[in-house]
Design a protein around this ligand. Structure first.
Ligand code: BGC
Length: 742
């Protein structure tokens, strides 16, 4: 539908809407639980705390829940008081609420917004894991399936992609992020937005760039905490992926929970109006984060929720996610002349425009249970989930024990996580079902070559208990190989899951050290949402290999087995730095040099008790084969401002296996008016090479891409010397110098 056409329809609708109906479009709600018995109040949150803190038993909790029913708020929908739902993902209920909307005066369908973070019913690896594939086709494959499943189930709005650059592994939401690099994150942003929103066989699916802005920089890595970053850092580090999403036409943006340089993002006019709409030319609508409108009171910038509603709307926050403050206070605020009807119209206009553009108005949800069951978690989707997962794993260490050799006849799988379906599924997967997950033991058992026996012994888990060690050691001694699954359970990362200790939780490290002391080879399969401080495993010769699998989703066990047995070759590379110690966080590769670099002498920038280098740098990842880089060339040693620089390097597979390599190109601006990062990623490519094969990788970079934001936040390209690196990660590679001239 053409923009003009849509605008006309929107204006017509606006002209016939009552104020209450308009405010309804800005009101997003979830379903609530209400008591089925008169006189008893449903206090679910209170009951959850009571149960978690031992005041009531689990049975008592379940009994109380049985006395509740879910309120779909159909009456309010029929009155035009609700415009969208958050996280309603039961397809039958979606149908019910859409039917209620069809009974409203104007019959405007609802937005059904859900956190489709990494698949819908078929759950793929976490976003952080996905980013380690550096593979845009991999993303497209995942998104197309997520889109198909979500749409067939009635979801018409996705709260993603999450585009928060994350440089601090203490922050639990690093698991949802595209990693620490703005260039890679921008490529991901563009790919994901296009894949969701383009008009393909499944139509368009509205998506949301979140959380605007700089949520990854929460102080101390503590979730929801204050963010204080310079404007220059905002432009250079945190803004680029959002800019890319806006350029790709993202339909909505979610404002973040925290306060940015003193002002909560939800009610920041400079952020939501001046920067997002004014400078980035964002045309869509803004939704707050959950209950973030009312949180402006707790932040201490709004005197009460009425004030919070007024400030948020006026700042440019169009939809109130689940505070209900817009629906409670906007009528009176308009009545008293404190909020103008035109500002309400402006917000509603944006929302309605999106409802037309994304096909919600044309295509009320057609509920088809048969089609749903044929589509979700079908064989084809599961195969994709397995292959996509394989590309996300990162091989961190290998002394040759992987891929598993033919001589291995008996394998011991140990560690509670190996059987923990919820952990393998990981956080932010509530639309999935843990029963759909293939465990590590099952995966290894089902894919082992014939004649190989596989035994599971729990041995340890993420708790402090060592009671299973003895049995585990006995069984390990009788095996040819131990596969120990270590790391984090599902809720150790994600929202409100920050940590100060990044070691393997519980007794896992102790268990690993005991296994390492045996003469039987031992492999660590890491399941985690974030980088962990695993130096002791890396440095222990008794641990033959470490494979970071993150949380791989429903095909975990099968994908791991394919990697371990060498049916596929690990190709992922880290998109976040692994520190040696949690106290080094935030640790990231693209920092400026200090005035005292070097680390050898006393008065240099370093710690006394940890190496200055990370445990594993950004971009790092091994393969079962080896790649040699040689013959780097640049097209010009002297570049002019309008020129394009062409660089190339030859990469050869010198090992025994076919494999994929992610070739990375970085720059360093040697002298500039601001201190520039020691390296900045500018290009990458992924190539597949057979043993003995070589390929030339070429990159083209326009001189304008050598610029940066100066102190006054203007983007400038400064002449002078630049170093160009091409290599396998952010710490290695060949280097050539070029000069940029006027
Ligand atoms: C999260 C958002 C999410 C929303 C709805 C919030 O707590 O910060 O990322 O989209 O909940 O689930």
């Amino acid at each position: 539908m053409e923009a003009k056409n849509i605008s006309e329809k929107v204006e017509y609708l606006l002209s016939i809407m009552t104020l209450a109906e308009k405010i309804g479009q800005l009101n997003q709600t979830g379903t609530t639980m209400v008591s089925a018995l008169p006189g008893i109040e449903a206090d679910i949150d209170g009951w959850v705390s009571d149960m978690m803190e031992g005041r009531i038993s689990q049975e008592e909790f379940s009994k109380r829940m049985e006395l509740c029913r879910e309120d779909l708020k159909t009456e309010q929908i029929e009155n035009g008081g609700i415009g969208s739902f958050v996280n309603l993902y039961d397809d039958e209920k979606i149908f019910q609420v859409q039917q209620a909307a069809m009974k409203s005066r104007l019959k405007i369908p609802l937005f059904i917004g859900v956190d489709v973070i990494r698949g819908y019913r078929t759950i793929f690896p976490t976003p952080l894991a996905m980013s380690c594939s550096w593979d845009m086709d991999n993303y497209r494959r995942m998104i197309k399936i997520a889109k198909k499943e979500a749409k067939v189930c009635g979801v018409n709005w996705v709260f993603g992609p999450m585009l928060d650059i994350a440089r601090d592994a203490r922050w639990g939401r690093i698991v949802e992020s595209p990693g620490e690099d703005p260039y890679l994150a921008s490529r991901i942003a563009k790919t994901v937005v296009n894949a969701f929103q383009e008009n393909d066989a499944y139509g368009r699916l509205l998506c949301t760039a979140k959380h605007f802005l700089a949520y990854g920089a929460v102080s101390g890595g503590q979730d929801y905490n204050t963010v204080d970053v310079s404007e220059r850092t905002l432009y250079e580090t945190y803004l680029p992926p959002f800019r890319a999403a806006v350029d790709a036409g993202v339909g909505s943006v979610m404002s973040a929970f925290h306060d940015l340089n003193g002002v909560p993002c939800t009610c920041s006019h400079s952020l939501l109006t001046d920067l997002l709409r004014g400078e980035l030319h964002f045309q869509g609508f803004v939704v707050s984060d959950a209950e973030a409108v009312k949180q402006c009171v707790a932040h201490g910038v709004a005197s009460d929720e009425r004030d919070a509603a007024k400030m948020s709307l006026q700042a440019g926050n169009d939809i109130d996610m689940s505070s209900l403050d817009y629906s409670r206070f906007l009528p009176d605020l308009v009545d008293k002349g404190e909020v103008s009807v035109s500002s309400i119209n402006e917000a509603v206009r944006r929302v309605l425009y999106a409802k037309f553009f994304f096909g919600i108005m044309d295509e009320p949800y057609r509920y088809d249970p048969g089609k749903i069951s044929d589509t979700v978690l079908c064989r084809k989707h599961r195969i994709a989930a397995r292959e996509v997962a394989e590309k996300s794993a990162v091989l961190l260490k290998n002394d040759g024990v992987l891929p598993i050799r033919d001589s291995v006849k008996h394998i011991l799988v140990t560690g509670g996580l190996a059987e923990d379906r919820a952990a393998l599924l990981g956080p932010w997967a509530f639309t999935g079902d843990k029963e759909s997950v293939v465990t590590v033991t099952d995966g290894i058992r089902n894919n082992a070559p014939s004649g190989v026996t596989v035994e599971f012994c729990r041995g340890f888990d993420t708790s402090d208990s060592e009671s299973g060690f003895e049995e585990m050691i006995k069984k390990a001694e009788k095996s040819d190989l131990v596969i120990a699954v270590v790391g984090e359970s599902a809720f150790m990362s994600g929202e409100a899951a920050s940590k100060v200790n990044l070691n393997l939780p519980g007794a896992q490290e102790k268990a690993m050290l005991q296994l390492a002391a045996l003469s039987v080879p031992c492999i660590a399969v890491l399941v985690s949402g974030r980088p962990l401080t695993i130096g002791k495993l890396q440095n222990n010769p008794g641990i033959g290999a470490i494979l970071e699998t993150w949380h791989m989703g429903c095909e975990s066990g099968n994908a791991m087995a394919d990697l371990l047995f060498g049916k596929c070759n690990p190709s992922g590379k880290l998109t976040v730095t692994f520190a040696n110690e949690a106290a080094q966080e935030p640790m990231y590769y693209n920092h400026p040099n200090t005035g005292k670099p070097g680390g050898k002498f006393k008065f240099t920038s370093k710690y006394q008790d940890a190496p200055v280098e990370p445990l594993y740098p950004f971009g790092y990842g091994l393969s079962y084969t080896a790649f040699a880089y040689s013959g780097m060339r640049v097209s010009k040693k002297k570049l002019e401002l309008g020129d394009t620089l062409n660089c190339e390097i030859c990469v050869r597979n010198t090992g025994l296996y076919a494999g994929e390599e992610i070739v990375q190109m970085y720059i360093r601006d040697v002298t500039a008016s601001c201190a520039r990062p020691v390296r900045e990623l500018k290009r990458f490519c992924k190539i597949k090479l057979e043993p003995g094969e070589e390929k030339i990788c070429s990159f083209a970079l326009h001189a304008s891409e050598l610029g940066f934001y100066r102190q006054d936040c203007t983007y400038t390209v400064e002449t002078g010397m630049f170093q160009i690196f091409i290599g396998p990660d952010s710490s290695k590679g060949e280097m050539l110098e070029i000069e940029l001239c006027d």
